[in-house]
Design a protein around this ligand. Structure first.
Ligand code: AMP
Ligand code: GLY
Length: 420
């Protein structure tokens, strides 16, 4: 049997490790660097590729990469060169996420539906452009900015300020040297995640994230404040449409361009008048979408990850899912996604969580205590026979956990109820 090394320290990685622990084909699961809730933590940071490879090699590990940063750095290419098994896309494939400009140009030349856009590196020209068009825009930094480099603008004034923030004030550093200005599409948003081996892509369960910090989708975007699965927004017909027009087309277009995409392909979708548009690609599982999705997964995740690496997904049965709903509520530190405190002691984790699982994210263990160590601190995830009961179970569990600066949205999953 093989060991697994999960790279990353968020709620997504805790959930991946938790699921892989249940596999009969996995011996031990290690986390690098992990968090206060993960087992077998190895103190190697996600960008120390050399040490990660060394650990994986010495400990007979199949490596699973959670976050985008090491993928964009080329961890998969490097492990492959050393003959180490690793799940995830290569550096070239990861451009779908690491460069929004690369992704938009790919979408355009392959006729995959997306909002119209222009690219700028000059603030004066960008503002001129914004002032000559009729519609509202979204301003996006080209590079990786932890889900925060996107500003959905309500006015020309806001667009101008966003342009200055990125191109003049360099709020996102080099990630904002080039920006995209694209048409704002007002519709319903959902996440569609598939698993590919470069030849085919098999869908994961559907889900919906809650990106804004405050209830009723108010306030700035975050990495995600909660998610549920499945979402009634993506019914069978729509699922098939997204699979064919977006996911399969992406994988085959990449292949035509000489790129074999292996890993999770995540399309952020906006639905308008029943038609799906790609807002963004991610080349990894969503966080927090991963938590409710994996809680519903009955199949052995490990075998599917191996199928992706080996190019054998076609031979595998469809993934089986629990016929239940799952909801994940993110408990954050007050102030997130801007500034927040770290080091607050957390209480209540020893209580019984009968119908929920507490995935840790920004936590760490210090002097036998668990303290906060990030903006998103937990993803409290629960199952229910219905979406309504899953919401109830998850919120019930959140009440048991407390610390000085705890903050969470009170309406996670509600959007799903209005579509039932
Ligand atoms: P992205 O990282 O590109 O997905 O953008 C983050 C969030 O900004 C998305 O989840 C949407 O809520 C919003 N967004 C991005 N692009 C658009 C668009 N063209 N129209 C409306 N909202 C958008
Ligand atoms: N929840 C959105 C993301 O993982 O990018």
């Amino acid at each position: 049997m093989v060991n697994v090394l999960v790279i990353g320290s968020g709620g997504r990685e805790h959930a991946i490790g938790w699921k892989l622990e249940q596999s009969n084909n996995v011996d031990r699961v290690f986390h690098a660097p992990g968090n206060g809730g993960t087992l077998n933590n190895i103190p190697i940071s996600v960008d120390n590729l050399d040490e990660l490879a060394k650990f994986a090699s010495e400990n007979n590990c199949f490596t699973v990469v959670g976050p985008e940063a090491p993928l964009a750095m080329g961890i998969v290419d490097m492990f492959n060169e050393r003959g180490l098994k690793i799940f995830g896309p290569t550096k070239e494939s990861a451009q779908l996420e690491s460069s929004k400009i690369w992704a938009k140009q790919f979408l355009k030349r392959n006729n995959i539906p997306t909002a119209s856009f222009e690219v700028f590196d000059d603030a004066v020209k960008a503002k001129e452009y914004v002032n000559q068009i009729e519609y509202n825009v979204v301003v996006k930094a080209d590079g990786l900015a932890a889900g925060k480099g996107v500003i959905v603008c309500d006015s020309k004034d806001e667009a101008e300020k966003s342009i200055d923030m990125m191109l003049v004030d360099k709020k996102f550093g080099d990630a904002g040297n080039n920006i995209i200005i694209e048409e704002r599409i007002d519709g319903i948003e959902a996440s569609y995640i598939a698993l590919s081996d470069g030849k085919i892509a098999i869908p994961m369960a559907t889900s919906q994230d809650h990106k804004r910090i405050f209830d009723n989708d108010k306030g700035p975007n975050t990495g995600g404040m909660g998610a549920y699965s499945p979402t009634p927004i993506i019914d069978k017909d729509l699922s098939q449409k997204i699979q064919e027009k977006i996911i399969d087309k992406t994988i085959s277009s990449l292949r035509n361009e000489g790129i074999t995409f292996k890993g999770f392909l995540y399309a952020g979708i906006m639905l308008k008048d029943g038609e799906p548009y790609v807002l963004e690609y991610n080349v990894r599982m969503g966080d927090p979408e991963c938590q409710p999705i994996l809680m519903r997964m009955d199949s052995d995740l490990f075998q599917y990850l191996v199928g992706s690496v080996d190019g054998t997904l076609e031979k595998m049965p469809p993934i089986s899912w629990k016929n239940k709903s799952a909801v994940c509520i993110v408990l954050a530190s007050k102030g997130y996604p801007e500034s927040y405190t770290k080091g607050d002691e957390i209480f209540g984790l020893g209580k019984a969580f009968d119908d929920a699982y507490v995935f840790h994210a920004g936590t760490k263990e210090q002097d036998k205590k668990i303290i906060t160590n990030g903006g998103r601190v937990f993803g409290v995830t629960a199952l229910g026979d219905t979406l309504e009961s899953a919401i109830k179970h998850a919120y019930g569990a959140t009440e048991k956990i407390s610390w000085k600066n705890k903050y969470f949205r009170t309406d996670i999953g509600k959007k799903g109820l209005t579509y039932l």
